[in-house]
Design a protein around this ligand. Structure first.
Ligand code: ARG
Length: 257
């Protein structure tokens, strides 16, 4: 009898624990896999996401981990092609797309975006001593331009120079390698990855473009407003307590600017 009571109370405690976890996490049924926040990214975009050995680190990885923790979920990061992220979020393969992803009108037709947590601008990378000194000389030069496929850089530059002059790569750093090998004369990519690529390689310089500031946010399936609300709340909390600023400062120190 004693044992039975023990068993019953243990079950009760377990059930209560489950109920509490359920309510704290607000997560039951909210994600693709229960208890897990599945994030799709393309991990060649420092300092937002990149490999440190086998591990994907960076601003997005850390912010997503902090969000997951708030929601009582375990973060799992999948490294996929950038232009498959939105489709995967739409089809319910991933919970979030978190990839230094710019909020655009066009993407808003397919997915919802959370509150923005960072910003970026497009930069042009050229070889040192290049005749290309700004967007106008780039357009006039008739040169080939490399971009990461499906990015805002791709969209803007295709608009400026036309399809024939575009060389699209699955990874940002492959575009940079093409530039160093002389296959193309310019790469257009977000400013922070541009800085990281130029720092990591000799003989490259950065030019600014006339394009304005872009907001980075997480993409979420349009039907999953529960997850959208929960993540927005987590992002608000992590902004209020300084966590997001600290993560960004860790990867982009303000005194190094
Ligand atoms: N901000 C740009 C965009 O949304 C580029 C993002 C590329 N991100 C990446 N993880 N490779 O199109």
């Amino acid at each position: 009898m004693k044992n039975l009571i023990k068993l019953v109370s243990l079950t009760l405690i377990a059930a209560m624990g489950f109920a509490f976890a359920g309510c704290g996490a607000k997560s039951t049924g909210m994600t693709v896999e229960e208890g897990v926040l599945t994030m799709a990214t393309n991990a060649y975009f420092p300092p937002y996401e990149y490999y440190d050995g086998e591990t994907i680190v960076g601003i997005d990885a850390e912010i997503a981990a902090a969000v997951a923790e708030r929601l009582g979920l375990t973060l799992v990061i999948e490294d996929v092609e950038f232009d498959s992220i939105i489709g995967g979020v739409q089809s319910g393969k991933y919970d979030i797309g978190c990839a230094g992803m710019t909020v655009t009108e066009e993407r808003l037709q397919s997915v919802n975006f959370t509150t923005p947590y960072a910003t970026g601008i497009q930069s042009i990378i050229v070889r040192e001593g290049s005749d290309i000194t700004d967007i106008d000389t780039l357009i006039e030069s008739g040169c080939m331009v490399a971009v990461q496929s499906g990015t805002t850089g791709d969209i803007y530059m295709t608009d400026e120079v036309g399809d024939e002059r575009m060389d699209r790569y699955a990874k940002g750093n492959d575009a940079v390698i093409a530039l160093m090998q002389g296959k193309v004369d310019a790469v257009v990519i977000d400013n922070q990855p541009a800085l990281a690529f130029v720092e990591a390689n000799e003989g490259l310089v950065i030019l600014d473009t006339p394009y304005t500031v872009e907001d980075y946010a997480m993409a979420i399936n349009m039907e999953n407003t529960e997850l959208l609300d929960a993540i927005n709340q987590a992002l608000a909390d992590l902004t209020a307590d300084g966590t997001i600023a600290a993560i960004i400062e860790e990867y982009i120190p303000t005194d190094a600017e």
